[in-house]
Every structure is written in structure tokens, then in C-alpha cells.
Write a protein that binds this ligand. Structure first.
Ligand code: SAM
Length: 504
């Protein structure tokens, strides 16, 4: 919820057979399907009976399939998890065969065999150890007449009787995936939460109002169904506080907010309740890191716990990383040590404006000063505080006024912003231009980072700060010196998300 909630990587198995039992084999012509838990035959069976063993169209099949293999209907409305209430017995047709021909036969019975992830297709026959039972698809095989010609022919060839028997397969809570459990429990027709942000051992959910009565159950199911998750928390406010950390409530599990995550091969430790961390930014962190070359200088104005700073330092860049949150600062220092880059990162605990006017300005005076004529490396300034970063750009106006300028390679800014505009790239560029009082055309590029909410995008605008901004009162002299082309712009506003930014 990849929130744009990470689509639950639920490619794992659907069903696992925990316990199975075989009832006395009996002929099934016509087969009276029953669900042992429910006295009333489910509608799907009535449908089957009406259709008298004909093959169902796919769409109907999917619907019936989900009924047969979904949790019992009486779990609906459950707020305290009772795992035993998920026990359910479904009747599956089986074919008894000699064990030595099972493999050969299975190749020819692909269509007819039961295909449910986690459910064994061949099981032992409790009545005969020389035989095996092949589980068949209850929607395809109703009687021995349901086999196709080719199937009947191979059965005949291998001397197997096409007579089918029924087998009672017991499904338990373990056999259902979390989405199926929650769909069965939550009010019918309402959205089911099927995803979360994973931050180390913590599942971070963002529940909607109608899900709140079930919040503890939801947390418990998330923990049960996701190995390694031991704590489920729910976001209880929008992330609008200064330090961008979430207010959260524990849904289930042991309250331990100290966590450890791996991102792009680096390790970060922090207290998730006190700092900002978003697993959905890993691609963006590596995109920026890839733009950097060894020897470049990186100023990270809103550094958090270090996901830009640490990879950049590992790439042999000189890094100045800053965060106003004392907890972020603490964990940033810790993570620099943890990743063995503490000698390459200077860490600050300042307001972004003071950082830019202090340590950044001082370093820029060196980097761009008279002794820097031959400087080949680039200077990058990352500003990831999307709700506000653009406001901080005004600090660049006249930042180096009166300072001698030796290098033509001016700093490159990567500034993040949100936009709800129909043309978000244009909107962000215009916002930056309004703060700087200049036109950036054609010297900037905008990258779509992610969709944050319906109609709300997070973007990154990249541009080289014009000399006329940094050295405002030297504009006359310096404007005659042409700024190097900052980017080869390859985007159209429409296709901005696919652009590649090339830094000159
Ligand atoms: C959106 S987070 C980004 C953190 C990190 N760069 C990342 O990508 O995960 C913004 C960070 O800016 C910090 N912050 C907020 N206001 C700030 C300010 N005025 N000056 C410096 N840092 C600030 C917050 O504490 C938070 O860690």
C-alpha cells in the first residue's frame, strides 16, 4: 500500500497443506460436492450441478475458485483473531494410481491436476502404501467422464482406472494468505489493506477509517504472514512535523522501534519513531549516487540518517551532511561509523539555512575560489525536504557575493518538491524560478521520483546554480563569462519521468 503501498510481494505460496485426511474412497457419479464445515452447499456447487459437469468459462471459474479456497464465511466481522475459525474442509477429487507410474502420469494430467500453490498434488494413500492419490481440479474433474480423450488414453495405457474418489482436504489459517484472510474478515466490498512499508522488523501500515475496528487483527495477521516482521504499527498522522518522523500506534507485537535496514548494500540503524525513513526512496538514493563521481563534493542539506551521504562517501566523494533533528544527527554519525565512512563525512546538526550560509558557503569559497581554476570534480547539493526545500533556495542568492571566482564549474542542485499540478514538472520549475527570480530554461531537468498520493507527485529538479545568483553583485563581470552548459536536456514535459539527466 510498494503508500503507494508496496504491492505485497506476495508471490509466495497461497496454500500449505498442514493436515489432510482421507475419507473412505467412494465413487462420485454424480459427485455431490459438499463443504463439510457448511451444511448448505456453496453456490458454486449449485452452479456446477445446474451446468451438469460442463467446463465453466474462466471468469466463472475464478469466482468459484476463490469461494472454494477462501476462508469460511463466518469469520466476517472478527476483531479478535481466532485462528481455529479458519479451519475448513474442502472436497477434492482424487485418482488412485500405483506409485511407480505417478511421475509419468503427472506429465499427462497437467490439465486435470489440482494447481494450488502450497497444496501437494500427490499424496500418500493411507489405505495402500503401494498407491498414491493424485489430487484433481474440482472444477475440471467431476466424474470419470470429465477426463479428456488424451487423458483417458494414457490412463488406459498405464492400466489405471479413471474412477475418481473424494478426499477431504483440511485448510487452516496457515493455508490462507493475508489478503484472503483480511478480505474474509473485513466488511464485504470494502478495501482490504494488503500491503505495508517494511522498515527492518517493522510493518508500517496506513489504515483507513473502516479498517480501524480490525486494526489489532490486521497487525497480527501481518506479523503471522510475513517472516521477519515482529511489530506492526499504524501511521496516525500526516507527516507534517518538522523532523518528518511518523506518529504511530502499535497494532501488534513487541514495541521495539530500534531497527536495522539494508538499502542499496548499505546498513542503517535508527529509532524509527524518531527519525525519517522511507523505503520507497531507495531508487532515488541510488539514482543520485550514480550521478556522482569519485572526488566530487556532496552537500546533503536534509540528510536524515544518511541514505545519500553514506553511498556518496563510499564512492570517495567528500560529504557534508546535515540534519536539524538531533536524533537524525545521532544516527547519521552512527551510520557513518557503521558503514566505515566516518572519515569522509562531516556531519552537522543545523537548520538547513544555517548549514548553507555556514559550512556550505565556506567550502564553496574554497571549491570555487581563485585556486580552483583546474578543478575537475563537481559540487552537488542535495535538498530532500520536498514540502519546503524550494524555499531554502533563496539562500543561494548572493551567497558568494564579493568572493573571487576561479572555477567555472558551479554547484549542481538536486531539489525535491511535491506537486499537485496537472503539469508537475513545469509547476516545480516555475516555483524554483519564482524563488530565484530567473528563468531556468533550458538549464534544468525534472525527474519524477514517485507518486505520493492520488494527484500528488514527488519530483526532483536538478539545475546548476547560475553565477548571477551566487555572485549577484558581480553579475556584470560574470555574466559575460558563460556558464558551462549544465545539462543536455532530453525531456519533454510530458515525458519527464523518462528523461535522463546528463551533467556536463
Ligand atoms: C524527507 S527527510 C529526508 C531524509 C533523507 N535525505 C532521506 O532521503 O531519507 C527530510 C529531513 O530533513 C530534516 N529537516 C527538516 N527540517 C529541517 C531544517 N530546517 N533544516 C535541516 N534539516 C531539516 C528532517 O529531520 C528529515 O530528516
Amino acid at each position: 500500500m510498494r503508500i503507494f503501498w508496496r504491492p505485497f510481494g506476495f508471490l509466495r505460496r497461497l496454500f500449505k497443506v498442514e493436515s489432510c485426511s482421507v475419507t473412505k474412497s467412494e465413487s462420485l457419479i454424480p459427485l455431490a460436492w459438499t463443504s463439510l464445515k457448511h451444511s448448505k452447499a456453496p453456490d458454486i456447487f449449485l452452479l456446477d450441478q445446474r451446468k451438469r459437469f460442463s467446463t465453466m468459462p474462466e471468469i466463472e471459474r475464478d469466482q468459484r475458485d476463490s469461494e472454494l479456497f477462501s476462508p469460511p464465511s463466518d469469520v466476517r466481522g472478527m476483531t479478535t483473531l481466532d485462528r481455529t475459525a479458519f479451519n475448513k474442509t474442502v472436497t477434492i477429487p482424487t485418482l488412485k494410481v500405483r506409485k511407480e507410474i505417478v511421475n509419468k502420469l503427472m506429465r499427462s494430467l497437467k490439465r486435470a491436476a489440482l494447481q494450488r500453490p502450497g497444496i501437494k498434488r500427490v499424496i500418500e494413500d493411507p489405505e495402500d502404501e503401494e498407491s498414491r492419490l493424485i489430487m484433481l481440479d474440482p472444477y475440471k474433474i467431476f466424474t470419470n467422464d470429465s477426463f479428456e480423450e488424451a487423458e483417458l488414453s494414457i490412463l488406459k495405457q498405464l492400466n489405471v482406472s479413471p474412477q475418481i474418489s473424494k478426499y477431504n482436504l483440511e485448510l487452516t489459517y496457515e493455508n490462507f494468505k493475508s489478503e484472503e484472510i483480511l478480505r474474509a474478515v473485513l466488511p464485504e466490498g470494502q478495501d482490504v489493506t494488503s500491503g505495508f512499508s517494511r522498515v527492518g522488523h517493522i510493518a508500517h501500515l496506513n489504515l483507513r477509517d473502516h479498517q480501524l475496528p480490525f486494526k489489532h487483527l490486521i497487525g497480527q495477521v501481518m506479523i503471522d504472514k510475513n517472516p521477519g516482521i515482529t511489530l506492526a504499527v499504524n501511521k496516525i498522522n500526516n507527516i507534517d512535523n518538522t523532523y518528518r518522523n511518523f506518529q504511530m500506534e502499535v497494532l501488534y507485537g513487541e514495541e521495539n522501534m530500534m531497527t536495522k535496514v539494508r538499502e542499496n548494500n548499505y546498513t542503517y540503524e535508527f529509532d524509527f519513531s524518531k527519525v525519517y525513513w522511507n523505503p520507497r526512496l531507495s531508487t532515488e538514493h541510488s539514482r543520485i549516487t550514480e550521478l556522482l563521481k569519485p572526488g566530487d563534493v556532496l552537500f546533503d542539506v536534509f540528510a536524515g540518517v544518511g541514505p545519500f551521504a553514506i553511498p556518496a562517501a563510499k564512492k570517495n566523494c567528500t560529504v557534508f551532511a546535515n540534519d536539524l533533528n538531533p536524533e537524525s544527527y545521532k544516527w547519521l554519525l552512527h551510520n557513518c561509523k557503521l558503514n566505515k565512512v566516518d572519515n569522509k563525512v562531516k556531519v552537522f546538526n543545523l537548520d538547513g539555512k544555517d548549514f548553507l550560509q555556514g559550512p556550505v558557503r565556506e567550502e564553496l569559497m574554497q571549491q570555487l575560489g581563485p585556486l580552483s581554476k583546474e578543478r575537475k570534480h563537481s559540487v552537488h547539493i542535495v535538498m530532500n525536504l520536498p514540502a519546503k526545500a524550494i524555499e531554502f533556495l533563496s539562500v543561494f542568492k548572493s551567497l558568494l557575493d564579493g568572493q573571487p571566482r576561479g572555477s567555472e564549474l558551479l554547484p549542481i542542485v538536486h531539489c525535491y518538491s511535491f506537486s499537485k499540478d496537472a503539469n508537475p514538472a513545469k509547476d516545480v520549475q516555475q516555483q524554483v524560478e519564482a524563488v530565484l527570480g530567473i528563468s531556468l530554461d533550458p538549464c534544468s531537468s525534472v525527474h519524477l521520483v514517485r507518486n505520493v498520493a492520488p494527484n500528488k507527485e514527488m519530483l526532483c529538479i536538478t539545475f546548476r546554480i547560475p553565477a548571477s545568483i551566487l555572485y549577484k553583485n558581480q553579475a556584470l563581470d560574470l555574466e559575460n563569462q558563460e556558464d558551462p552548459p549544465p545539462f543536455k536536456r532530453q525531456r519533454t514535459d510530458k515525458a519527464f519521468s523518462e528523461e535522463k539527466t546528463t551533467i556536463a
